[in-house]
Design a protein around this ligand. Structure first.
Ligand SMILES: NC(=O)c1ccc[n+]([C@@H]2O[C@H](COP(=O)([O-])OP(=O)(O)OC[C@H]3O[C@@H](n4cnc5c(N)ncnc54)[C@H](OP(=O)(O)O)[C@@H]3O)[C@@H](O)[C@H]2O)c1
Length: 263
């Protein structure tokens, strides 16, 4: 299927590694142009260079800390300047630590709200003027299955619940301007963040990380394993593309069947 992403100007946040890096690669494989935002300049430079060489697309590294209003404003403005506009925003940067209500202190709440909740809200606000002016645009918010299915060990997953609501309400607010806003809920996916979370469990159980990850996937996920970043990235590319042209406000789960809710 031709996804129609050729030459589309896409901004991906949190693109230096993990799901964001895989999303940038999936979009570049469809001939989209990219601005990659994160804090690690060297990783971004390397990723952008690889995308240019492998796919012949334009790919720009944009260094920004997205946990402050100024960081989001300058990061998104820099990305729009490099690309000469914006057609797609993939909001993905997040780093909420795992832990229960009693384990997560106010500082961790504030950092997670600043980066993931306000970072996504500010990111959407920053691209909407350009998208409204051109009467088209697509925003894909990478949330998380923990926003749909409560987990005693991940209270900060609730930020994804708030972002589900914000995704849908924003979709309604901008639909008349030809802009779609979608959510994607990954299940557990093998990224640095998820593996470092599982490393604590492996240590407590006294087993090797690989064996612990394999048994976690077998026990917790109906498909019997955790996901790969590329599996999340493929769906991000679909949601960013013309293949999703009659979708807005929707949420897609890519979780190996983990969320059993019927609604
Ligand atoms: N992996 C999973 O199992 C899973 C499941 C559900 C949902 N998710 C969601 O998917 C998204 C990506 O997660 P991931 O697992 O790919 O994480 P990851 O491997 O840790 O990557 C996180 C990305 O966010 C960037 N980032 C972190 N803090 C930042 C900041 N202050 N400013 C700008 N960029 C920042 C990081 O780059 P720098 O450090 O270079 O800034 C990195 O590129 C997150 O929103 C997460 O909640 C992940």
């Amino acid at each position: 299927m031709e996804l129609g992403l050729r030459g589309r100007r896409c901004i991906v946040t949190g693109a230096s590694r993990g799901i964001g890096a895989a999303a940038a690669a999936a979009l570049a494989a469809e001939a989209a142009d990219l601005a990659l935002i994160a804090r690690s300049a060297d990783d971004l430079d390397e990723r952008a260079r690889a995308l240019r060489e492998e796919h012949g697309v334009r790919a720009f590294p944009v260094v920004a800390d997205l946990s402050s209003a100024g960081g989001v404003e300058s990061g998104i403005a820099g990305a729009i300047r490099e690309l000469g506009g914006v057609d797609v925003l993939v909001n993905n940067a997040g780093a909420s630590p795992f832990g229960s209500l009693e384990q997560i202190d106010d500082a961790a709440w504030r950092e997670s709200v600043d980066l993931k909740l306000l970072g996504y809200v500010r990111g959407m606000r920053a691209v909407l003027p350009s998208m409204r002016a051109q009467k088209s645009g697509r925003i894909v918010n990478v949330l998380g299955i923990a926003g749909l299915a409560a987990s005693e060990g991940y209270v900060l997953g609730s930020i994804n619940t708030a972002l589900s609501h914000i995704t849908r309400s924003t979709a309604l607010a901008v639909a008349a301007d030809g802009i779609s806003v979608l959510a994607l809920h990954p299940g557990p996916t093998a990224t640095a963040r998820m593996l470092s979370g599982l490393a604590a469990g492996a240590e407590a159980a006294g087993v090797e990380l690989d064996a612990f990850v394999e048994s976690f996937g077998r026990r917790s996920v109906p498909l019997g394993r955790i996901g790969r970043p590329e599996e999340i990235a493929r769906m991000i590319a679909v949601l960013a593309s013309d293949a999703a042209s009659f979708m807005t406000g929707s949420a897609v789960q890519v979780d190996g069947g983990l969320n059993r809710s019927a609604v």
